[in-house]
Design a protein around this ligand. Structure first.
Ligand SMILES: Cc1cc2nc3c(=O)[nH]c(=O)nc-3n(C[C@H](O)[C@H](O)[C@H](O)COP(=O)(O)OP(=O)(O)OC[C@H]3O[C@@H](n4cnc5c(N)ncnc54)[C@H](O)[C@@H]3O)c2cc1C
Length: 455
């Protein structure tokens, strides 16, 4: 169906997959006057997730790992909104946006779905309400704020009795995200604690919970054991073969029956495909959309999918491609090629890619990496991690900012500023507070409520 003589293409999700598809279409199909391409994403920026833990641990400035989508695209339109539903029969996508969350139904001829995954708490009690997560920039800022808030609280005399739980930090998940997070958090709080007169390094407890026998299973036993040894040297307790079974105000309950008293559990132990896909009548497996080697969803004509929400056959292994950033961005390129081919009646190219390498930073200028089957560890692996990921970060400006941050980090300490986003007190709030206090002091009751966050 072509309306107004234009073929409409919607790309849902501006992450590794969606953005790279859009970037490649920007210089090909989007040049065509009879094609209109729109990228829809919740945030108006692209998040570079491999460096997220560096924001949470105050190694990098908050906005250096994100890039405004409008600055990455020239001809592809951008729409900042929340995708709420997809109607494949009517070929429409329902999007909400604006302060009042009003809706639009956007029509498409081709739909590219790259909505990634969401955190999965596996219905464990208390986690959805209380656990910290590491998926978005907001999550990383929140983690950083919580770490600082807990140090501030623990330093006060009135909290001496609960210092133990306040200064116990637990990370669940021994995969890449969990290990990088626990290492970065450990480095940060052990550096920060020097500035708190009533606290010392001995007051801190950092625990990593992992369900398998060795952390970083993707890198193999040898590197996993190496990472465990290095993290243990830095006073991180590693509990392998253990699961989180719940979270309360008191702390984390473990599958062993033990309870770790803490106010901070960072959960990185599970993801599931985006819930927007739940009602789609297309073929799925474990919630991921089944695509063919050209990245088309055969069960829903006109629909394409890539990244973490797609199940992409791997002809070499006979299995499926793993959900990683290095795959998603390459899928974006092939999808753009095949979509262009579909519109112009040309030949498509099947997606084929083998993992080049996997790397993890484990703190204190050490890392672990397996590249082309060769293992690296220590400083060299950490240097490779920084060099490779810096080269992958989009836009020269952001590369430069990150490189500057890392250089300055060699000379200066980590920043302990808490980023609060509430409004500063205003005179009217102050007056209301005074009125309320004087009403209470004169024995009367006060109906006046202190609004906002005046403290
Ligand atoms: C902390 C962390 C560290 C990681 N480190 C690495 C690493 O070192 N190497 C590696 O290869 N992989 C890493 N990954 C995995 C990697 O980030 C993913 O595999 C990759 O991002 C998948 O790309 P995607 O395009 O499918 O999804 P994403 O990149 O997650 O993009 C999905 C986009 O869709 C948007 N979106 C979702 N729902 C909606 C909605 N309803 N409406 C509007 N927009 C929506 C999101 O905001 C997001 O922008 C890491 C992941 C995390 C969380």
């Amino acid at each position: 169906m072509v309306v107004d003589g234009k073929i409409r293409i919607l790309i849902l999700g501006g992450g590794f997959g969606g953005l790279h598809a859009a970037i490649h279409l920007d210089s090909t199909l989007a040049r065509s006057p009879n094609v209109e391409i729109t990228l829809i994403n919740r945030d108006n920026f692209f998040l570079f997730t491999p460096m997220l833990h560096e924001v949470a641990a105050s190694d990098l400035d908050l906005t250096n790992i994100v890039n405004p989508l409008r600055q990455l695209l020239r001809r592809v339109n951008f729409f900042a909104g929340e995708v709420e539903a997809i109607d494949v029969d009517r070929k429409q996508v329902r999007v909400s946006h604006g302060v009042d969350h009003h809706h639009h139904d956007l029509a498409y001829d081709h739909l590219v779905i790259g909505l990634g995954s969401v955190t999965n708490f596996f219905n464990l009690p208390g986690l959805a309400e209380r656990a910290l997560t590491m998926k978005s920039l907001g999550d990383a800022i929140h983690v950083r704020n919580q770490l600082i808030a807990l140090l501030e609280e623990a330093d006060t005399e009135c909290c001496a009795d609960i210092r133990g739980p306040l200064l116990t930090f637990v990370v669940a998940g021994g995969g890449f995200a969990g290990v990088e997070t626990v290492a970065a958090v450990n480095d940060f709080i052990r550096h920060a604690v020097r500035f708190y007169g009533n606290l010392g390094g001995d007051c801190l407890r950092v625990v990593l919970i992992h369900s398998g026998p060795v952390i970083l299973p993707e890198l193999g036993e040898q590197l996993g054991q190496y990472a465990q040894k290095e993290l243990t040297k830095r006073k991180i307790e590693i509990r392998v073969g253990t699961r989180v079974s719940g979270l309360t105000d008191r702390g984390v309950a473990l599958s062993t029956g033990e309870m770790i008293e803490t106010r901070a559990l960072i959960w990185t132990a599970g993801t599931s495909p985006n819930p927007v896909l739940l009602d789609l009548p297309c073929e799925k497996e474990h919630g991921r959309l089944k695509v063919n080697e050209n990245l088309q969803v055969p069960s829903c004509p006109g629909v394409w999918a890539l990244g973490d929400c797609a199940l992409i056959p791997d002809a070499k292994s006979g299995g499926y491609h793993p959900p990683t950033a290095q795959h998603a961005l390459r899928e974006g390129k092939i999808l753009a090629h095949n979509l262009t081919a579909a519109v112009r009646n040309r030949t498509m190219r099947p997606f084929s890619f083998s993992t080049i390498g996997q790397l993890a930073a484990i703190g204190q200028r050490a890392g672990v990496a397996r590249i082309f089957g060769i293992n690296f560890s220590g400083f060299l692996a950490w240097w490779l991690w920084r060099t490779i990921y810096l080269s992958k970060l989009p836009r020269f400006e952001k590369k430069l900012r990150v490189a500057f941050d890392w250089t300055l980090d060699l000379v200066f300490g980590k920043d302990l500023v808490q980023f609060q986003t509430f409004r500063a007190p205003t005179i009217s709030m102050k007056q209301e507070s005074i009125d309320r206090q004087s009403a209470l002091a004169s024995g009367g009751s006060s109906d006046t409520k202190v609004k906002g966050n005046y403290r």
